[in-house]
Design a protein around this ligand. Structure first.
Ligand SMILES: NC(=O)c1ccc[n+]([C@@H]2O[C@H](COP(=O)([O-])OP(=O)(O)OC[C@H]3O[C@@H](n4cnc5c(N)ncnc54)[C@H](O)[C@@H]3O)[C@@H](O)[C@H]2O)c1
Length: 315
């Protein structure tokens, strides 16, 4: 059955992959994005589909969001629009609050007013902080260490409170380190893998801060889009918080080995002093997502990086 979904932040990295997958599954999609960090070029394929409508606007603006809902039935919202840079959240706490908390409230209340039953929300592994036991489990006490992480946690609480109060279904996804094509390597805060890809492709040396043995749970945007689409489409979603991760800790040195194989004549790697505040290890427990939605990450790092350097979209 064809349904209609609203994706906020649709022109972004994760948003555009999620839109493509929902369209490929036969659904109609409305994308809302103010193009602050997203690009219309990411939606080229979607715009050609005939089942995609793009609205340029601010997800924190009540009138804009109301106008999107007016006169149509929306079956679920994937709320990804956000101020995505942790350092920017320190510099711009008011904008962080508006974009990462107030917009969630605006979107959730619009769902309640217009009878939209479900919100799938992009939270982050950042809510765990750097002292939680590994692998990170959803039951751990969150310890946000930045305005960004605090806002993501506040949005989770707000949505789950609305779920308990009004029966909204609120699925809060805590994404780990997402990578894949369309991630903007130009941003100084972009994911490490998009920066590595950019520099290896240009034959430039890369800098690793620390000894390279720090680990991350790198999850392909293909798997993230699949989790998003599954949670939107599932007959019954319920509410809760779920890690979206692989459950595998991969060191930067292992990642560099893969790049060296992909770029045999690479310019080399320089090791610099570890940056203050960088988390040493990060890895999630993928069990809750698998149990509730039967979704498991399928893309292994070697295959995912291969697709990334070839510019292939797996979604
Ligand atoms: N990429 C990751 O590794 C990662 C990890 C954890 C969580 N997340 C979360 O996933 C979501 C998507 O992130 P991404 O990596 O695709 O980043 P992105 O910057 O590519 O996407 C964010 C999108 O939101 C749009 N946007 C920003 N403010 C808006 C507003 N007020 N109204 C409408 N649109 C607005 C931007 O223009 C952009 O297209 C974000 O909520 C982010 O916090 C991402």
């Amino acid at each position: 059955m064809e349904r209609t979904f609203l994706v906020t932040g649709a022109a972004g990295f994760i948003g555009s992959h999620s839109v493509d997958l929902l369209l490929a599954s036969g659904h109609a999609v409305i994308g809302l994005d103010n193009l602050r960090t997203g690009r219309l070029a990411n939606l080229e394929q979607a715009l050609r589909s005939g089942r995609f409508t793009f609205v340029e606007g601010d997800a924190a603006d009540e009138a804009t969001v109301d106008a999107v809902f007016a006169g149509r039935r929306i079956d679920g919202v994937l709320h990804l629009a956000a101020l995505v840079s942790v350092p920017e959240s320190f510099r711009e706490p008011a904008l962080n609050f508006r974009t990462n908390v107030a917009a969630t409230d605006v979107v959730a209340r619009a769902c309640l007013r217009h009878g939209c039953p479900r919100v799938v929300f992009a939270s982050s592994a950042a809510v765990y902080g750097d002292r939680a036991e590994l692998p990170n489990r959803e039951s751990a006490v969150p310890q946000p260490m930045s305005p960004y992480a605090a806002a993501k946690l506040a949005s989770e609480e707000l949505l789950l409170g609305y779920a308990a109060s009004y029966g909204l279904q609120a699925v809060c996804f805590r994404y780990f380190n997402v990578y894949g094509v369309r991630q903007d390597p130009g941003s100084p805060y972009s994911g490490v893998l998009s920066i590595f890809t950019d520099r290896f492709a240009a034959g430039l040396p890369v800098t690793v801060y620390g000894d390279g043995e720090q680990t991350r749970d790198f999850v392909s945007v293909h798997d993230v889009a699949r989790a998003n689409a599954t949670a939107l489409i599932a007959e019954a979603a319920g509410s809760g918080r779920f890690n979206v991760c692989t459950g595998v800790a991969v060191s930067l040195n292992r990642v560099l080995d893969v790049y060296r194989r992909l770029y045999p004549s690479s310019a080399g790697v320089a090791y610099a002093e570890a940056r203050v505040g960088d988390i040493r290890h990060s890895c999630g427990d993928a069990g809750a997502l698998a149990k509730r939605f039967d979704v498991r990450a399928r893309v292994e790092i070697e295959a995912g990086l291969g697709a990334l350097v070839r510019g292939e979209s797996l979604s």
